[in-house]
Design a protein around this ligand. Structure first.
Ligand SMILES: [Ca+2]
Ligand SMILES: [Ca+2]
Length: 219
């Protein structure tokens, strides 16, 4: 998901860039993730934690000059991206920096190279680069990797998840959170993304083994 793409769309948001410039000029201690909360909703639940399924937009900038190297708004048709927090699906600095966030919250997260792209970098991020991400969280799915959630999704209790089962779960989750249903195409896109990332043997099903990322969570 860290495919680096050009992002002309987000460059239009010039006020953000000016904030970056000021911020990037500060010295950052190496080895630490710096978190700045830009916006926090009045009602701030649920809070994200390791293992949760997070839906978020994020923009990445180089700290040294504020130039943008990544923008999820121009990737994958601009849909906010889904990932599991705390398990290495994103760079380590974001796994740390996006902990304890609620839907609607925005943060600026400064990540030292050791917790980002390291001594080698990743084109176009140069070696040893401190990077800054601006993230906006849209949804936090409570404990999607817990066995409880798996059992909720697995309607026919055969210990595998079909696309229909996952989609039905997402549909109910959105209705519960937003008070109204999402259109089918939207759910389909999210569901495709979940299968793309989790269905490792590409048999069109998510087995309990593919789902279960925690050794201590036994079915
Ligand atoms: Ca099933
Ligand atoms: Ca599978």
């Amino acid at each position: 998901m860290w495919r680096l793409v050009s992002c002309t769309l987000c460059l239009l948001v010039s006020f953000q860039l000016s904030l970056w410039t000021v911020w990037a000029a500060e010295d950052e201690p190496d080895g630490e993730v710096k978190i700045e909360v830009l916006f926090k909703p009045e009602t701030c639940t649920p809070k994200s934690k390791r293992g949760d399924l997070i839906n978020a937009h994020y923009d990445g900038y180089l700290a040294k000059d504020g130039s943008q190297f990544y923008c999820s708004r121009s990737d994958k048709a601009g849909h906010p991206q889904w990932f599991v927090l705390g398990v290495g699906q994103v760079i380590k600095g974001l796994d740390i920096g996006m902990d304890d966030m609620c839907p609607g919250e925005k943060r600026k997260i400064t990540v030292p190279p050791s917790l980002a792209f390291g001594t080698k970098g990743k084109d176009p991020v140069p070696p040893n680069a401190t990077v800054i991400f601006e993230v906006e969280v849209y949804a936090v799915s409570r404990g999607p990797r817990s066995m409880e959630a798996f059992k909720n999704m697995d309607a026919d209790k055969d210990r595998t998840l079909t696309k229909e089962e996952v989609k039905e779960y997402l549909k109910l989750e959105y209705e519960k959170k937003e008070g109204k249903p999402r259109d089918d195409a939207y759910l389909q896109k999210i569901m495709d993304d979940i299968f793309y990332k989790n269905d490792q043997d590409k048999d069109g099903l998510i087995s309990s083994k593919e789902y279960n990322i925690y050794e201590h969570d036994e079915l």
